[in-house]
Design a binder for this molecule. Structure first.
Ligand SMILES: Cc1cc2nc3c(=O)[nH]c(=O)nc-3n(C[C@H](O)[C@H](O)[C@H](O)COP(=O)(O)OP(=O)(O)OC[C@H]3O[C@@H](n4cnc5c(N)ncnc54)[C@H](O)[C@@H]3O)c2cc1C
Length: 447
């Protein structure tokens, strides 16, 4: 990372030089982002094994096993890929992961399960592009009415402190806080318990997850919380102790002081009767039309030497805008609006800094991209801005503001599936029945 011009605070431009030294990097970030360190210690970040950047991503990608994945992914010790932090930040594209998975199997069908799960990410991204900031509101009325008081607007203190007394829940919370990653099943159990058992509004839980997850993403996260809550699914997701025990080999339940009398004891029928009223929910069919392709600005001009804007969705030199303009200067902005809204903890900021450190020459700033980008583009002799396509409504708004002053080009990601016939995103099953088959085809190599 290089210092580039008078606007760049030295400390920011220097963070990449610390990328090989986690403790010093965490300490430097703690000074730059004091709010993040209030919620996580420098020492705990230094202990996290996951590192940002393409090198670490490719090492992990090389170890994936689609066949073992299909057989074991629901178990917390299963052969899941743990690629989500790099995929979320565009260090790996889902097409690239799919291609790699296909190359590792005898016939494409052996990679079906992994490709289906990549499909969930693709689906949530499409829904995000269609709904924008509305992913933070109920997508549809709840599928079942919860008994008891109205939902709590915050996550209770005993949950945040990991001191509920429930061994599984406390273990999940501690690990989320310490490492920023949970297995999908653990996320489902934790979200379900918080929403249905503790009666917390799903948005409070989703916002809390977003602060801590290394892969924190409003599309996958908020929409998964809604799927669990039943505000974007046919029924709320609940689990019982038998389910948790079988996919954790009983490690939490055996020593749990609440064994035999915890909140998720019983059959699914008993749990549903305990948690939800028998009154049927009133809701109609859900239809979500896909968003048209996004093109900021109306001028139609394409910059020839743009300033490449690496966003949170595209933190690598292989991401589309950087790859399309190898000679152009690069910039990343720690967006003040994002920092205030999502309150990322130190571990996420360290992951981001490590990704940036592998981009080579890049300017790093903090502030409002809509203000910084046009000015830096001019000062660096560029004729506009280029960025990778993104469903993020904040980035889209900023790019549209930039496009009022300078041409903005949006570079597409490698295609994951063929979506041209999709007219409705109301349910994953409907979406996937239209595009899933095409997702099993590898990316065509350039002629
Ligand atoms: C309440 C809740 C919150 C979640 N929040 C996030 C989030 O903020 N960011 C995030 O990336 N995922 C989120 N997920 C989805 C999923 O749990 C993670 O993507 C997955 O556990 C990451 O581990 P992995 O890389 O080993 O996944 P694997 O099982 O190995 O799957 C490979 C990749 O496919 C994608 N993927 C797999 N399952 C899902 C899914 N259900 N939804 C979306 N993408 C999926 C991910 O990119 C993942 O890296 C959430 C799920 C729940 C239930």
């Amino acid at each position: 990372m290089s210092a580039a011009g008078p606007h760049v605070p030295d400390a920011l431009s220097n963070i990449a030089t610390l990328a090989n030294d986690r403790p010093r990097l965490a300490a430097a970030l703690a000074e730059l982002f004091p709010d993040a360190v209030r919620r996580q210690s420098v020492e705990s970040v230094a202990r996290i094994e996951v590192r940002g950047g393409r090198r670490a991503a490719l090492t992990r990608l090389a170890g994936i096993d689609p066949v073992a994945y299909a057989a074991t992914r629901n178990h917390v010790d299963g052969a899941v890929t743990r690629l989500s932090p790099w995929i979320r930040h565009g260090v790996l594209s889902i097409a690239e992961v799919r291609d790699h998975a296909l190359a590792r199997v005898r016939v494409p069908e052996d990679a079906t399960k992994l490709v289906d799960e990549l499909g969930w990410r693709d689906y949530w991204q499409q829904v995000y592009a269609a709904l924008g900031p509305a992913v933070a509101r109920d997508v549809e009325p709840p599928a079942a009415i919860r008994r008891g008081a109205p939902p709590l607007s915050g996550v209770p203190e005993d949950v945040l402190a990991g001191s509920t007394g429930s061994a599984c829940i406390d273990a999940f919370v501690r690990r989320l806080h310490e490492t920023g990653w949970l297995h999908n099943h653990e996320r489902m159990w934790l979200a379900s318990w918080i929403v249905h058992v503790r009666g917390v509004h799903w948005l409070a839980g989703a916002d809390w997850f977003l602060e801590h997850l290394l892969d924190g993403d409003p599309a996958s996260n908020h929409l998964s919380w809604q799927w669990v809550a039943g505000t974007f699914s046919a029924k709320p997701y609940i689990f019982n102790r038998a389910n948790l025990e079988s996919f954790t080999s009983g490690v939490h339940c055996a020593p749990c002081p609440l064994l035999g009398r915890c909140d998720v004891e019983g059959s699914y029928e008993e749990l549903a009767a305990r948690l939800f009223s028998s009154a049927p929910a009133t809701r109609g069919p859900l239809r979500i039309p896909p968003a048209p392709p996004w093109r900021p600005g109306t001028r139609g001009e394409q910059p020839r030497r743009p300033l490449v804007w690496l966003t949170l969705d595209a933190l690598a030199d292989t991401s589309p805008a950087a790859a399309a303009h190898p000679q152009s200067p690069r910039i990343f902005v720690f967006d003040q609006g994002w920092l205030a809204a999502e309150r990322p903890t130190l571990k996420r900021l360290a992951f981001i800094a490590e990704c940036l450190s592998e981009v080579g020459e890049i300017e790093v700033q903090r502030g409002d991209p809509a203000v910084i980008l046009p000015a830096r583009s001019r000062e660096l002799g560029c004729d506009g801005v280029a960025l990778a396509d993104t469903p993020c409504p904040r980035v889209r708004r900023q790019a549209e503001a930039i496009a009022a002053a300078a041409p903005v080009s949006v570079e597409p990601w490698p295609a994951f599936c063929r979506r041209d016939r999709v007219r409705d995103l109301g349910r994953f099953s409907r979406y996937w029945s239209q595009v899933g088959r095409s997702a099993l085809e590898p990316t065509a190599s350039p002629r």
